[in-house]
Design a protein around this ligand. Structure first.
Ligand code: ADP
Ligand code: ZN
Ligand code: ZN
Length: 748
């Protein structure tokens, strides 16, 4: 009887989750999580090993083909990640093979792992004084090269020919005479390579911080003892010292020989946060992997490799860092857990914070979620006992939270002769005072460009994008109308295309226009604008923020790029120019987002010795989001908003699934969705409700027409399984794409 090793392999690109069985050739090391090459019909394919077992192959009755080889010596996915992939696949209705591929950096997804190599020169003989003597006179450089190699063992070729000035012919001569050899070696691109970080020592914690840290330690202890623990929600006001708690919790985790993952919303936007991690762990810099969107694909892959090889034990990164192949995970931190950027908006449409909780559960490790404005999902999980709550209500050194003044812009409009204004009298005076005292100001406007749109007062014409159902924004510097959805741009018309009137106007304010106004009003002030238009180049944001910190800028004007994670002690005034943007959009989370944004932006003021003031300009001063934010009242806001959500059975009291069809052919997109709707309605479980097929709020985008159905249920699992059953035997025309988003964050 022959017992042989067989594997089940999930083939890449298979739309349904089919796996095939193969033999493992003797002597080949294979484990689950290995990426392998296998024969498939008359070609070869790549796949992932999901099951490895030993069976009697004699009674099988059919021959098994052997796998052709492994993509890399070691498996790319840990056992924990394999289980996580299954969970994600079933919860988010995404084929597991696509989940697995999205867990891997691009250079490791194919036939072979693309790794960077470089040429190294190595010494091939033992050097004796005689050999060295033999190179003299014109061959001095030959001798120098040998001495360097003797000291270092080997040297990158470029360094030898560059820094050390050894000529290529000299090197060639040494190689031909057998003194040196040139070899290819795998090297790692290190994005922090040249940067030196000064080590920062742990701070002495205050009482509130200590209690939180102890709670995390206690969780670790319980997990160690084999008990299940709940995720911990850390609700700490802005400036209460949450980051310091994370740093010390991670330090302890590393000392215990375990790994840690820290999720941050978007590193490119919060260079200060990343720097604090690098400084604290400066001594063990090589053990820290940083994954952010400004890395090249290769750099990203190398950082991931450091983790896979278990060299890096701390990973800091945006949402996909939750898939880091750390074995023996000891802590997951999700900073600013309320941030929408944790939701991925392409397939697989996962929510990284929720995945963090699942991973913690699967791998038995504490999860710490932190925020000054917790998401209502997490807050409700505290109320229902699923999460533990811990709070830090005081700012460090008992600094006061800033005073927030709400300005009713409806009155400002009446005062002025020239239509709506963007700077209220109150804000302008406050700015003058700060400038006179040499203090700094942040102004926030969540809209880039010059004018929101251009319109004709004679006939009502508005410039719309011809590819999307949205208005075009005027960008003055480029002198173009640009669509913020698809990027299409065109020259602004000088007269109305409909009625030829010359009185076309620029309506609404963008950051570009406000910058122009500021320069006219505050002629002496040094002003900088931060948005995706002005910060195109790598490093530009960091430079601007550094200039602001060293007081080379008086007024920093920006979009949400400056809303989070920034800490400037000399900022005493923050102005929010239009708090209503984002409040009146058809999305049940609009109020929550506005509350979060106001609170976070306000948190940028008064973070030093000086007291801060925030001026909020709005056309709806009595809106609850604005009033609760004004009183720094998160608890009140959460209670009010949760009552509303409960009344309408909105999340977090229910789960939604958003099904969208897209096609360049309007009727086909609509028809496909109607078919799907009819099938979903048949045998609909009682607790699930669904809307009729409707045009999406953004009915056309990138030339694609969009229609949607929203399903709602109190159980996410039942929702998913009903949709899965229906979708199983439905096919759509090739030019119609249907996507499913479970727990969607954007309803447009
Ligand atoms: P949060 O993340 O809650 O907004 P931070 O972690 O940024 O707050 O802390 C605000 C400031 O207080 C930082 O400059 C930080 O270095 C400082 N800080 C934090 N904890 C302490 C402490 N225990 N003692 C002194 N300063 C601290
Ligand atoms: Zn007109
Ligand atoms: Zn467009």
């Amino acid at each position: 009887m022959a017992r042989e090793r067989i594997v089940k392999v999930l083939i890449d690109g298979a739309t349904s989750d089919l796996s095939f069985t193969y033999l493992v050739p003797a002597g080949l090391r294979v484990e689950t999580g290995h990426r392998v090459r296998v024969p498939l019909r008359n070609r070869s394919a790549i796949g992932t090993v999901t099951v490895l077992e030993e069976i009697e192959t004699d009674n099988l009755g059919y021959p098994l083909k052997p796998i052709l080889g492994v993509v890399s010596e070691d498996p790319f996915l840990t056992a924990g990640l394999m289980r996580l992939a299954e969970w994600i696949s079933s919860f988010y209705l995404t084929p597991i093979e696509s989940v697995i591929r999205s867990m891997l950096p691009k250079p490791s997804r194919g036939e072979e792992e693309k790794r960077k190599t470089a040429k190294f020169v190595e010494l091939a003989v033992a050097l004796s004084p005689e050999i060295l003597e033999s190179f003299s006179g014109r061959q001095k450089k030959h001798r120098e090269a040998l001495v360097i190699l003797q000291e270092q063992g080997s040297c990158p070729l470029t360094e030898l020919t560059g820094t050390h000035g050894v000529s290529r012919p000299a090197l060639k001569a040494l190689q031909e005479r057998g003194f040196v050899t040139i070899v290819d070696r795998i090297v790692s691109r290190d994005p922090l390579g040249e940067v030196e970080y000064l080590e920062s020592a742990p701070l002495v914690l205050n009482d509130e911080q200590r209690i939180v840290l102890d709670q995390v330690f206690e969780s670790s202890r319980l997990v160690e003892a084999g008990e299940k623990v709940k995720p911990i929600l850390l609700y700490g006001v802005t400036g209460s010292g949450k980051t310091e708690v994370y740093l010390q919790a991670i330090q302890r985790t590393i000392e215990a020989g375990k790994g840690a993952i820290v999720l941050v919303p978007e590193i490119a936007l919060t260079p200060q946060t990343a720097d604090r991690f690098k400084q604290r762990f400066a001594k063990i810099k090589d053990q820290v992997a940083i994954l952010h969107s400004n890395l090249s694909e290769g750099e990203r892959h190398d950082e991931w490799r450091k983790v896979l090889d278990q060299k890096a034990r701390i990973v800091i990164g945006a949402r996909s860092a939750i898939f880091s192949p750390i074995e023996n995970l000891g802590l997951i931190v999700v900073d600013e857990e309320h941030e929408n950027s944790y939701k991925q908006d392409t397939s697989p449409r996962y929510q990284a914070r929720d995945i963090a909780v699942v991973r913690g559960h699967l791998e038995g490790c504490p999860v710490l979620l932190g925020s000054a404005t917790p998401s209502l999902e997490s807050w409700n999980n505290v109320l229902s006992g699923k999460y533990d709550l811990t709070t830090m209500r005081l700012r460090i050194d008992n600094q006061k939270l800033p005073i927030i003044r709400v300005i009713d812009m409806r009155n400002e409009g009446k005062k002025s002769q020239s239509g709506p204004t963007i700077l209220s009298t109150r804000l302008r005076l406050a700015m003058e005072q700060r400038l006179a005292k040499g203090e700094q100001i942040i102004l926030f406007l969540n809209r880039r460009g010059f004018a929101r749109n251009i319109l004709c007062p004679e006939c009502g014409y508005v410039a719309n994008c011809r590819h999307c159902s949205t208005t075009m924004t005027l960008h003055r510097k480029e002198d173009r109308l640009i669509c913020h959805i698809c990027g299409f741009s065109q020259l602004p018309p000088s007269r109305c295309p409909e009625c030829s009137s010359r009185s076309i106007v620029n309506a609404g304010y963008g950051t570009e226009r406000v910058e122009e106004i500021l320069r006219q009003v505050f002629t002496e002030a040094r002003i900088s604008r931060v948005d995706t238009d002005s910060m195109r180049k790598k490093g530009e944001l960091r430079n601007t923020l550094n200039a602001f910190r060293s007081k080379k800028i008086d007024i920093l004007l920006g979009t949400q790029m400056i809303a989070k994670g920034l800490h400037f002690p000399n900022v005493t005034l923050v102005g929010i120019l239009n708090a209503d943007v984002g409040l009146y959009i058809p999305d049940f989370r609009a109020g929550e987002r506005t509350f979060q944004l106001l609170t976070q932006v306000a948190g940028r003021a008064g973070r030093g010795e000086l007291e801060g003031e925030v001026v909020v300009q709005t056309y709806t001063p009595h809106h609850p989001s604005i009033q609760f934010a004004r009183h720094h009242d998160f608890d009140g806001f959460a209670e009010y908003e949760l009552a509303m959500r409960r009344q309408f059975n909105h999340p977090p009291f229910s789960h939604l699934a958003l099904i969208t069809s897209r096609s360049v052919h309007q009727e086909r997109a609509e028809f496909s969705l109607k078919t799907l709707h009819a099938r979903l309605k048949r045998n609909l479980p009682a607790e699930i409700s669904l809307t009729d097929p409707l045009p999406s709020p953004l009915v056309k985008s990138h030339d694609q027409w969009r229609f949607q159905i929203v399903l709602k249920s109190n159980g996410a699992r039942r929702l998913a399984s009903h949709i899965r059953e229906v979708m199983k035997d439905l096919t759509f025309p090739d030019d119609v794409m249907v996507t499913i988003d479970i727990d969607p964050y954007s309803m447009s």
